[in-house]
Write a protein that binds this ligand. Structure first.
Ligand code: NAP
Length: 285
């Protein structure tokens, strides 16, 4: 059992399994989720519930945040009943959500003004690595703050990569998610092209997965493609958000525009709540 009191805001697809691993490792965890009922699963696993972000930070030494996007992060930190309302001097705040580097820097400054510390640490890896404790943390912040966070990253992940100042973790995350988006659109287009020429989807996925271009992610998405069922591990709306952030961050390489437009059109066609691999359903139409 650890003496460090943890707070956690955001119990979506990623937050819930990550909190369960922290509880399993013996940390006392207090949680806050906007929709209170969604906290039930981790409360049953031993977490305590807070009614607001302010209450959450008041009872915690370190607070971790895993919510949808920039607006949600700003609201959780800086609103009237936000994490930074009240005396937070000496506390460490860690944002794991995927947001713009500029927003990470803004939150870093907000924390500093209140005498608190901040690390940005978005993760590479989806629900399965979150359950298995094998995420990769892409950290940005002051070295001693990252060191303070390290035992938690070690529980939830297999590797931490330090990228520099606060905001650099978010920049690294936008880059790796661009690669993810290109890879899965490429996989979808490949399978559909093969199908149009009489090659079964099963055969094409075997050819992909058994060869040099096969990867962890192509293997992970094989069963959903074969079943044509895409429950969200990583929602298509979130990768579209990440491609928008990458565009705002300056990516203008040849594939970047078309890939962003494809995911955006898929989201606009109603696939936002499904897994990002549902891009194949949009492309097949
Ligand atoms: P999710 O399942 O959609 O959950 C989103 C969470 O954010 C929910 O707890 C939601 O609360 C909360 N939220 C949204 N807007 C809010 C607001 N204005 N105020 C307070 N809370 C708010 O998302 P996820 O898949 O866990 O992903 C979370 C973050 O991690 C995103 O930035 C995503 O891009 C990133 N990420 C996801 C994956 C993945 O594979 N899923 C992998 C790496 C990184 P409610 O329950 O009230 O809606």
């Amino acid at each position: 059992m650890s003496n460090t009191k943890l707070g956690w805001a955001g119990l979506g697809n990623m937050g819930t399994p990550m909190v369960k691993n922290l509880l399993k490792a013996g940390y006392p965890v207090t949680v806050y989720n906007r929709t209170k009922e969604k906290a039930q699963e981790v409360i049953e696993a031993g977490a305590t519930s807070a009614d607001s972000p302010t209450e959450l930070s008041s009872v915690s030494d370190i607070v971790l945040v895993m919510v949808s996007d920039d607006n949600a992060v700003k609201e959780i930190f800086n609103s009237e009943n936000g994490l930074l309302h009240g005396d937070v001097a000496g506390k460490l705040f860690i944002n794991i959500s995927t947001i713009a580097p500029a927003t990470s820097q803004f939150i870093y400054e907000s924390c500093k003004t209140k005498g608190a510390e901040f690390v940005d640490a978005p993760v590479s890896g989806s629900v399965k690595p979150a359950q298995d404790g094998t995420l990769i943390f892409l950290a940005g912040g002051e070295p001693n703050d990252i060191e303070r966070a390290q035992p938690l990253f070690d529980v939830m992940g297999k590797l931490t990569v330090n990228n520099g100042a606060a905001g650099s973790g978010s920049a690294a995350k936008l880059a790796i998610n661009y690669f993810l988006a290109v890879t899965l659109q490429g996989l979808a287009e490949t399978v559909l092209f093969a199908k149009a020429n009489g090659i079964s989807t099963e055969n094409m996925l075997t050819i992909v997965n058994e060869g040099a271009v096969g990867s962890g992610i192509t293997k992970l998405k094989t069963a959903p493609i074969l079943k044509n069922e895409f429950p969200a591990a990583f929602a298509l709306k979130h990768i579209t958000k990440d491609l928008r952030l990458a565009t705002e961050q300056g990516i203008d390489s040849p594939l970047a525009g078309p890939v962003y437009q494809t995911y955006k059109a898929a989201m606009d066609s109603g696939l936002g709540e499904e897994d990002l691999m549902a891009i194949i359903k949009y492309l097949e139409k």
